[in-house]
Design a protein around this ligand. Structure first.
Ligand SMILES: [Ca+2]
Length: 253
């Protein structure tokens, strides 16, 4: 099934469809599918044809636009992303709402948690440097375990600025040198949304697919609840082909 491929492949499929020489009226794939598909299956297919960042921007907007903020959603959408991925959502947010995602998040969060989210846009894209992994592991030890209290800023800087592969090397160093998992250290040293956001970054560093799979498991496709369905589709897109295929097959039964 063509539709269970990656979201990027589906975006290409849409362009190819309209540009196909046989498609003399240059119709859109979405529009033609709307004519032949019905019910939940049609809805699911059309949602999968949207670029993922369209829904992510809507989810982020929805998590902040009302009184109060859904911090868990901010964490889940933003923390797994590298700078380039985050940029796509920033641009989409700007396009849909004529507003700055960065400013919105800043206005809706506070303290150390705000600092984490605000620094995610600058994450480096570098290969792992073993020397840096060693010095970062020591820095994290001195900022956490070794210290009475915690130097949160040190943790935030390393967790938001280093590339994911660099952090993975650092966490391995930490485990070798101090025999402890960084996920344990975060929970031991910090709490609240700061701990949750850093923990999400650590989990995604250690095994992003496992993190995404667990999040998908936690949500259900509710076709009567547009918001919940969008979140489900976003999580489905992150886990990939196999899950998308299973989801669509279930709907055709
Ligand atoms: Ca400590």
């Amino acid at each position: 099934m063509e539709l269970s491929k990656s979201n990027a492949a589906r975006q290409k499929l849409k362009v190819d469809y309209s540009n196909d020489t046989a498609n003399t009226n240059k119709t859109k794939l979405e529009d033609d599918l709307k004519k032949v598909l019905t019910g939940d299956f049609s809805k699911a297919v059309l949602m999968l044809l949207e670029a993922t960042e369209v829904f992510e921007a809507q989810i982020l907007h929805g998590s902040m636009k009302e009184l109060g903020t859904d911090e868990a959603l901010l964490i889940d959408i933003m923390c797994p992303k590298n700078a380039a991925e985050l940029k796509l959502v920033v641009e989409e947010f700007n396009k849909q709402y004529k507003a700055s995602l960065k400013q919105w998040v800043k206005d809706d969060t506070s303290g150390d948690f705000a600092k984490v989210l605000d620094q995610l846009y600058e994450r480096e894209e570098k290969d792992a440097d073993p020397e840096l992994a060693k010095s970062d592991a020591i820095a994290l030890y001195e900022a956490g375990e070794k210290k009475w209290g915690t130097d949160e800023n040190k943790f935030i800087d390393i967790f938001t600025k280093r590339s994911f592969v660099q952090m993975l090397a650092t966490f391995k160093q930490y485990k070798e040198k101090y025999s402890k998992d960084i996920e344990f250290i975060i929970q031991d040293e910090m709490s609240g949304d700061l701990a949750k956001s850093l923990l999400t970054i650590a989990k995604c560093t250690n095994d992003k697919s496992a993190y995404f799979a667990k999040k998908l498991e936690e949500s259900k496709p509710d076709f009567k609840d547009e918001k919940a369905l969008r979140l489900y589709v976003v999580r489905l897109e992150r886990t990939g082909e196999k899950d998308i295929k299973a989801f669509l097959e279930k709907l055709t039964k």
